[in-house]
Design a binder for this molecule. Structure first.
Ligand SMILES: Cc1ncc(C[n+]2csc(CCOP(=O)(O)OP(=O)(O)O)c2C)c(N)n1
Ligand SMILES: [Mg+2]
Length: 379
């Protein structure tokens, strides 16, 4: 009897490789530590010493703001969840640091570092997470779901993938106004499976818009491992489907993240069009604080903590390359802690919003006043 299934399998294996030319650069991709030495960071950089220290400050600020948020959460002062970027701070900080002040970002929940680099203060983050009246959305929304057009920060909505077409539209609008700006949109390995991601990036590519997509390969989307999320090995391979260049970067090397984005921003700014950057990193915490990560293989989180922590690596680099002394780094951390204490106290002293106010600012109230139920305004 014939065995059609076997024949089919063989034929599938013999299919020729696709004809498109892969344009994935791996110059900044993770390298294995040599001779058992602990990992450091890339030394090929144009960063000045003071910029290195500023990067260090942002990395520490991100981690310590998040640690304070966890404290507030455990005191039941946070409304909603706390989403950590523990272990992936270098991706958000390094990529956003490569932009110019007038450039735009649209981050995701794990990109607090990019939001801080864009000039948002810890006090805004604390007040926002506690849904306080003095927070940027006045208690109407949570975590980093707010924006600041002046600073080029477009807050994300919850729907994964949707910020790609939104940012594409912003760039098209900027082109009509002759504004030379570049935008960075962050997306997770899970978010890349959405239709909105595809439609947005396709349009940006066709229009050659200066959009840089940072694809964060952090091994999980909720509890789904990336191997069950997508059939490609590297998320960067997807760029071929849009005809745009891609880079794979070590997402835990803040210097490499900065350099690759700077390179992509220059390319995009001079009219090259969209670029995809895949950052290889690891989510050391669960999706949010409630997630006990029982689906993670034993020892995996500890391995990343011991061998590939982005802040440990950058500290080692700064000291070994004699960019900074230990005392300088300690001084930076002390300053960050002072700022966090002050800002957290300020946010805690804020009142909660008045319930009635929550109805304002959702629609344009010059056109339509809030529709209160009868009796609410008199109460
Ligand atoms: C379109 C859509 N589908 C599902 C969800 C629910 N959801 C929120 S976060 C998340 C996982 C996201 O994973 P990933 O994109 O890898 O980002 P990460 O959390 O790893 O940073 C999912 C499925 C959503 N917000 N939007
Ligand atoms: Mg993910």
């Amino acid at each position: 009897m014939d065995q059609p299934e076997k024949t089919d399998n063989r034929r599938r294996r013999r299919l020729p490789r696709p004809h498109f030319q892969m344009r994935v650069s791996t110059k900044f991709a993770p390298r294995k530590a040599q001779n058992g030495q602990p990992l450091s960071c890339s030394t090929e950089t144009g960063l000045k010493p003071e910029q290195h220290l500023e990067l260090y400050r942002y990395l520490k600020l991100t981690r310590l703001v998040e640690e304070r948020l966890v404290n507030l959460y455990r005191q039941t002062k946070v409304v909603g969840g706390v989403f950590r970027s523990l272990g992936q701070e270098a991706t958000a900080v390094g990529t956003a640091y490569a932009l110019q002040p007038h450039d735009f970002i649209t981050p995701l929940i794990r990109d607090l570092g990019a939001v801080l680099v864009k000039g948002i203060k810890p006090r805004d983050i604390f007040a926002q997470y506690m849904a306080k009246a003095w927070g940027p959305s006045g208690g109407k929304d949570l975590n980093i779901h707010f924006g600041d057009m002046e600073k080029g920060f477009i807050g994300p909505i919850s729907h994964l993938g949707d910020m790609i077409p939104v940012m594409t539209g912003i760039l098209l609008g900027a082109r009509f106004k002759n504004q030379k700006l570049v935008a960075v949109a962050y997306i997770g390995d899970g978010g890349m499976s959405t239709g909105a991601f595809h439609e947005g990036l396709n349009f940006a590519a066709v229009q050659r818009l200066p959009l840089i997509v940072i694809a964060e390969y952090n091994h999980f989307a909720y509890s789904t491992p990336t191997s069950l999320q997508t059939a490609v090995r590297d998320l960067a391979e997807k760029a071929a489907g849009y005809g745009i260049p891609a880079h794979v970067v070590d997402g835990n090397d803040v210097v490499a993240c900065y350099e690759v984005t700077k390179h992509a921003a220059e390319y995009a700014r001079r009219g090259g069009g969209a670029v995809l950057i895949e950052a290889k990193t690891y989510r050391r915490k669960g999706h949010a604080e409630h997630d006990d990560q029982r689906y993670v293989a034993a020892g995996e989180i500890e391995w990343w903590e011991t061998h590939n922590d982005p802040i440990d690596r950058f500290e080692r680099y700064l000291l070994e390359c004699e960019v900074a002394k230990k005392e300088q780094l300690e001084e930076i951390v002390a300053g960050v802690l002072r700022e966090i204490d002050e800002d957290c106290a300020w946010a805690e002293s804020s009142p909660m919003p008045e319930g009635r106010q929550a109805a304002y600012g959702v629609f344009d109230n010059d056109v339509v006043p809030p529709a209160f139920r009868p009796g609410v305004l008199e109460a």
